[in-house]
Design a protein around this ligand. Structure first.
Ligand code: ACO
Length: 452
């Protein structure tokens, strides 16, 4: 007999069906709740809401498990390549040799960026964050590559273009930010080697491809490739639910990832560690600030909505840092600081009782520094890695017969119906919100003119 849950409202009892996932996870199907009872559920940040059924990624936050299409992340990081993982996530199965060859040809065919797009890159103010550029450029691709007639072909080609061009655009924006000549993709190089070459090759110093660095980038991207319904993937699905084009959905995903609570955490970790190492900020003070509820600061790279134990990706990333630093014979004081900070946090009662462990971002910046990636490109690196996950999530949603436009409900807590009061009769009212404009110190901003 299938399981159900009883909800009692007043005199009436309602039976809600239970959905069981392939790994035994259970969900109460509330899709008819409002229709049958007039009630909705309240769940800020959707922390307990299953927004879809998915076959892509399985996570168990209590046991620290992460699998793409059933394959453990540890095995993929060790044995696979990023290109193969892209194929796996998007198509559901590992590719045969023939399929991966074909995929490589397509990636090469679509690796160039339209030359007219360079004008956009060139005209951004010099200090623009590369995530802002990448998000805008992903959306701009739509203007350069309009719809194809055949839907299947449209999806295939758009997906290939995004996977290949986003990587090219990321390297291009880095080169331009340095005022260097752009390096074009080379068909003889693998996906990851190509990226490194586009980033670091210069006419005066040819880039020497190092297989260990190529492997490190590949593992970095594999670890970031998908994470089920994370904030950016949920946004990609949400934008896609309005049948918006894939480029715009990816652009929205990139914007979401930019935030310091999500992918931007890798840059925030380095800033915190730099404060400790370079400014002499004490670790104790950092930990105390993170615990202080009145202080908005949280320890970046720690904590996770799903993981209540060590993030399996962080374990691999930490090992990768050690290997890379050893290989290049680098001593990075930030790595030492990170290890010490981790140790202090993991022994702290607050962190223990809140189940706060390092997440993937805690060590990823140190690995990227060792490879020579500049700090403001860290979140871009995350975005390139997460791209196949976003695409897989978007595609699954696109073909899902149960998918609906994402449109949550709310519980309105504002004023009840009231009259409009003319301006000369209004009295200043106190409220929860600090008024935005009235307290504005206009004399601080002499270049802004205010309208009477
Ligand atoms: N430092 C200090 N306290 C923390 C931290 C942290 N890094 N993370 C969570 N907490 C505390 C919260 O204050 C809260 O305490 P309370 O219950 O006493 O009020 C409790 O732990 C639970 O935290 P929530 O905010 O409810 O957890 P949520 O799932 O909403 O947030 C998040 C998860 C955003 C990742 C959070 O842990 C955080 O801000 N971490 C730092 C930023 C970060 O590393 N982000 C990267 C996440 S992984 C990724 O996107 C790749």
């Amino acid at each position: 007999m299938s399981e159900y849950v009883k909800v009692v409202i007043g005199e009436k009892t309602y039976e809600l069906p239970v959905i069981v996932g392939t790994e035994g996870e259970k969900a109460i199907d509330i899709s008819r709740l409002r229709r049958d009872t007039g009630y909705i559920t309240y769940d800020p940040g959707y922390a307990n809401t299953g927004s879809c059924k998915s076959n892509i990624t399985f996570m168990n936050g209590e046991k620290g498990i992460l699998r793409y299409r059933g394959i453990p992340i540890e095995e993929l990081a060790e044995k696979s390549s990023f290109r193969e993982v892209v194929y796996l996530l998007i198509n559901g199965e590992l590719p045969t040799q023939r399929q991966i060859n074909r995929f490589s040809v397509l990636l090469n065919d679509h690796s160039l960026v339209h030359e007219d797009m360079r004008t956009f890159f060139e005209n951004y103010p010099k200090r623009t964050h590369p995530m802002g550029i990448l998000s805008s450029m992903a959306n701009t691709l739509k203007s350069f590559y309009p719809y194809l007639e055949n839907q299947e072909e449209e999806i295939n080609i758009t997906v290939t273009r995004l996977i290949s061009k986003v990587r090219t655009m990321a390297a291009m924006s880095y080169k331009m930010s340095r005022g260097h000549q752009v390096v074009y993709p080379r068909p003889d190089l693998s996906y990851c080697a190509n990226f490194l070459n586009m980033m670091f090759h210069t006419p005066v110093k040819p880039y020497e491809i190092d297989p260990d660095v190529v492997k490190a980038i590949s593992v970095f991207w594999i670890l970031h490739a998908d994470h089920e319904q994370n904030a950016s993937a949920a946004v990609v699905r949400s934008v896609g639910s309005a049948k918006t084009n894939l480029y715009a959905c990816i652009s929205a995903g990139i914007s979401t990832l930019w935030g310091p609570l999500h992918g931007g955490a890798n840059q925030a970790v380095i800033n915190t560690l730099s404060d400790i190492v370079n400014q002499g900020t004490s670790m104790k003070k950092v930990i105390e600030r993170a615990k202080d509820k009145k202080d908005p600061f949280r320890l970046p790279g720690f904590g996770h909505r799903v993981y209540k134990t060590y993030d399996p990706r962080a374990k691999i990333m930490k090992r990768m840092c050690d290997t890379l630093l050893e290989k290049f014979n680098i001593t990075d004081p930030l790595l030492d600081a990170a290890k010490e900070l981790e140790e202090i946090a993991l022994e702290d009662e607050y962190f223990i009782s809140h189940n706060l462990y390092p997440n993937v971002d805690f060590y990823s910046g140190i690995a990227l520094r060792a490879i020579g990636i500049p700090t403001n490109m860290f979140t871009v690196m995350f975005a390139i890695g997460r791209l196949p996950g976003w695409i897989a999530q978007w595609r699954e949603n696109f073909y899902d017969a149960e998918s609906k436009i994402c449109r949550p409900r709310q519980i309105y807590m504002g004023e009840q119906k009231r009259e409009y009061i003319p301006i000369d009769k209004r009295e200043k009212k106190g409220g929860d919100l600090q008024p935005l404009f009235t307290e504005f110190q206009t004399d601080k901003y002499p270049d802004i003119s205010f309208q009477e």
